[in-house]
Design a protein around this ligand. Structure first.
Ligand SMILES: CC(C)[C@H](C(=O)O)[C@@H](O)C(=O)O
Ligand code: SF4
Length: 471
């Protein structure tokens, strides 16, 4: 029987297999950030151990970093975490893209950008959105702090072999529809738990039509339906993206790598434990109305009525979500006013995301009473955007143009939404309190966020564009 892409990468990294099913995996790349690494390094220091493979370990700071003036860290915990990471990287000889580096940024943005993320690698990070890197055909997943310590010390990790799921994304996207709508639509249909215990391979006719940025958006949110990892087979688009990047192989090593990457596809007779098909052809722009990424639907829909729910448990969940979100059943999604727009995060703060948003914003103004900001995913994204003049488009429209970091994606830094206020956000989680205590988050694509900023409420980006609405 043939092997799946996942099995090929997994099998190539098993150092030791135990009879109970556990395997010791070799880890090719360990990404580190300031929040989940302090105790891990402290553990190493306590045990008088060193980092096993400093050259396969790479750190940056993102979660805590203030985005107005990154070096002005006022919060005591944030300051401590940032300083501790600097100290740890110095002491343990780990490369760090710190605040003074031109490569600093959100960990899941800089890995691919620097060519650290490569097809066929095993990649871990003390962060759930490590699934992002699977877009390259890497096996990439988040780990806890004790596992971070284990990987630092040994470059290996014990894992139970996950089951496999294939999700075939079939069709082409209509103009104005993006990868964000695909992943939100998929989770809205199947719920937030259907991937639990599985490594997902995204296949189907859509994938080859997507840029790496779009592929990363989909893989990034695999964790939001519980998947251990999301993967896509590398193809010409992947290879073209990786080529010439700082840490990518070159010369003869490049040729060898490329021919190896070409074998990273699921064999025709490979078996998946679960097979799903999702047609993207008729997908509409998605907006979440609730407090998990599965509570969403088309911008042309309405807020659901708990009375229509299939089960009492579901009705209760909807009721609770609507109460937190301050929404009434039956309200048109397009009539929900917003006060904040956040274009950023490891889901949607890459150059293409900013280009898409800027194309909507160009020549228009942010609606009165709306606070809108763009937070590029990395210093390199910021620089590229500025070279293209995107920052001027945003600034002229009334957006703020910030320094890279996780920012408003989560309330761990000064970028917080006040209680009771509502945001259109390109991030990946809309949990209660995610963007600040009492803050109400609606997840959307960058194009939809940009359109909402101009209109002051949600609006179908397709009609918005064709009508040239300036609100
Ligand atoms: C802080 C970190 C542990 C966390 C994660 O693992 O995902 C964060 O990045 C998030 O998005 O919630
Ligand atoms: S941008 Fe958001 S989701 Fe991504 S790593 Fe930072 S906090 Fe987590």
């Amino acid at each position: 029987m043939g092997k799946t892409l996942f099995e090929k990468v997994w099998d190539a990294h098993v150092v030791k297999q135990l009879p109970d099913g556990q395997a010791l995996l070799y880890i090719d790349l360990h990404l580190v950030h300031e929040v989940t690494s302090p105790q891990a390094f402290a553990g190493l220091r306590f045990a008088k151990r060193s980092v096993r493979q400093p050259s396969q370990t790479f750190a940056t700071m993102d979660h805590n970093v203030p985005t107005v003036n990154p070096t002005d860290v006022r919060d005591a915990i944030a300051k401590k975490q940032i300083e501790t990471l600097m100290e740890n990287c110095r002491e343990f000889n780990v490369s760090l893209a710190g605040l003074d580096s031109p490569f600093q940024g959100i960990v899941h943005v800089i890995g691919p950008e620097l060519g650290l993320t490569l097809p066929g690698k095993t990649i871990v990070c003390g962060d759930s959105h490590t699934s992002t890197h699977g877009a390259f055909g890497a096996l990439a997943f988040g780990i806890g702090t004790s596992e971070v310590e284990h990987v630092l010390a040994t470059q290996c990790l014990w894992q139970n072999k996950p089951k496999t799921m294939r999700i075939r994304l079939n069709g082409s996207l209509q103009p104005g529809i993006t990868a964000k709508d695909v992943i939100l639509g998929l989770i809205a249909k199947y719920g937030v738990n259907f991937g639990t215990g599985y490594v997902v391979e995204y296949a189907g006719t859509l994938i080859s039509q997507l840029s790496m940025e779009q592929r990363m958006t989909i893989c990034n949110m695999s964790i939001e339906f519980g998947a251990r990892a999301g993967m896509m087979a590398p193809d010409e688009t992947t290879i073209a993206y990786v080529k010439g990047r700082q840490h990518a192989p070159y010369g003869e090593a490049w040729e060898a790598a490329v021919s190896e990457w070409k074998s990273l596809v699921s064999d025709a007779d490979a078996q998946f434990d679960v097979d799903i098909e999702f047609d993207v052809e008729s997908l509409e722009p998605q907006v979440t109305w609730g407090t998990n990424p599965g509570m969403g639907g088309s911008v042309n829909g309405v807020v659901p009525d708990p009375a229509d729910a299939a089960t009492e448990t579901e009705a209760r969940a909807i009721r609770q979500a609507l109460e937190y979100m301050g929404l009434e059943p039956g309200t048109k999604i397009s009539e929900i006013p917003i006060q904040h727009v956040f274009i950023g995060s490891c889901t949607n703060a890459r150059i293409e995301d900013l280009r898409l948003a800027a194309a909507i914003v160009k020549g228009r103004k942010v609606a009165e009473g709306v606070h809108a900001m763009v937070v590029p995913g990395s210093k390199q994204v910021k620089q590229q955007a500025e070279e293209e003049g995107l920052h001027e488009v945003f600034l002229a429209a009334g957006f703020e143009w910030r320094e890279p970091g996780c920012s408003m994606c989560l309330g761990m830094n000064p970028d917080i939404i006040p209680a009771g206020e509502r945001s259109a956000s390109t991030s990946n989680r809309n949990f209660e309190g995610r963007q600040g205590r009492g803050a109400r988050t609606h997840l959307v694509s960058p194009a939809m966020a940009a359109a909402a900023a101009i209109a002051g409420h949600f609006v179908d980006v397709r009609t918005f564009q064709s009508e040239g609405v300036t609100a």
